[in-house]
Design a protein around this ligand. Structure first.
Ligand code: PHE
Length: 333
């Protein structure tokens, strides 16, 4: 009896799959199994031995059954795990690698100039691109029929409205809003002029105009900030040169040249922007007392800065969305 039991337990211990385990059960516990065969001996036994023999066989049967059940649980778990492993589903989508975007070179130039002026306490003001004749011209001291209107050929939508030819109207709006209080703003944005497109002209381009109005501002403040700005944009070794000029909205007015060095080493001056002291008429139209307040103003062409800074040979590159061109400005700023 002991031998049968040990044999059964040993086989159960070694078995590795459920089918073989079932075969062991059949071999020991089925009607024709080894344990049942032992039971059959009962009827030939002396009644005095029968009881304890029967109990022992039963006990052995229970032990073997117990071992079978435990092993079955173990093997079933292993089988389940294997099944799960095989059925493993990868529910991940293929990784989509999105190319990292970057700013358009013109926006990079605007951000750089904004950075400079925000550091000086200026704020950034914006306004409509479709403007009234009143804000675009009249508030800038260009009354109807003023000959200097011809300096800025325009896209009129109707006799009173046009695509703004500069961002100066944003300054007029901001001055009115300021209600006679000092202000320091820059106005970046798109402007439009009726020009034929060629390597140096575009009917649409971008400007940053600046305005500072205060009690005691004077021309040397303007000159100082423009020099600092030129160094910020183009590098610390730059100089500026002012030449007298004419704008209806400033008096005196200047064109500002920045020093460059040609590839053969020759130093040259290149005109970069226009500026001046705000005309008294512009101040009074915007409700400032020209005897008390003064202001300086300047206007920069964003494309012009980018062309000079990055040696670009055709202004139209900025507008046609050619990736080969634009990719060169990845991470410049
Ligand atoms: N508004 C001028 C232009 O677009 C630029 C400018 C602004 C010039 C301020 C002087 C002072 O041409």
């Amino acid at each position: 009896m002991e031998k049968i039991k040990l044999e059964a337990l040993k086989q159960i211990d070694l078995v590795n799959d459920l089918v073989s385990l079932e075969n062991i059960r059949i071999a020991f516990l089925s009607k024709k199994g080894a344990v049942s065969e032992l039971m059959k001996q009962l009827k030939d036994m002396d009644p005095s031995e029968r009881k304890s023999f029967g109990e022992q066989v039963n006990q052995m049967k229970l032990e073997i059954e117990d071992a079978l059940i435990q092993k079955k649980v173990v093997l079933e778990n292993i089988a389940l795990e294997n099944k799960l492993k095989q059925e493993k589903l990868d529910i991940h989508l293929d990784q989509v690698v999105l190319p990292k975007g970057y700013l358009h070179p013109l926006i990079q130039v605007i951000r750089d100039v904004e950075d400079f002026f925000i550091g000086k306490g200026f704020s950034v003001a914006e306004g409509p691109e479709l403007e009234t004749d009143h804000f675009n011209f009249e508030m800038m001291n260009l009354s109807k029929g003023h000959p200097a209107r011809a300096m800025q050929d325009s896209f009129y939508v109707d006799p009173e409205r046009l695509l703004r030819t500069h961002t100066s109207p944003v300054q007029a709006r901001a001055m009115l809003e300021a209600g006679g209080q000092d202000l320091a703003i820059i106005c970046p944005g798109k402007v439009y002029r009726r020009d034929d497109d060629d390597p140096t002209h575009s009917h649409q381009f971008m400007q940053i105009e600046g305005l500072f109005v205060s009690d005691d501002v004077n021309f040397s403040h303007l000159k100082g900030i423009l020099l600092e700005m030129a160094k910020h944009i183009f590098g610390p070794e730059r100089h500026i040169r002012l030449r007298p000029s004419y704008f209806p909205f400033t008096e005196p007015s200047v064109e500002v040249d920045v020093s460059f060095v040609k590839s053969d080493g020759t130093p040259i001056w290149i005109e970069v922007l226009g500026a001046g002291m705000v005309h008294p008429n512009v101040l009074s139209m915007a409700n400032f007392d020209p005897n008390q307040k003064r202001g300086f103003a300047f206007g920069i062409g964003v494309e012009r800065i980018a062309i000079l800074k990055y040696f670009i040979d055709d202004i139209r590159h900025f507008y046609v969305n050619d990736k080969r061109f634009l990719d060169q400005f990845k991470g410049v700023l």
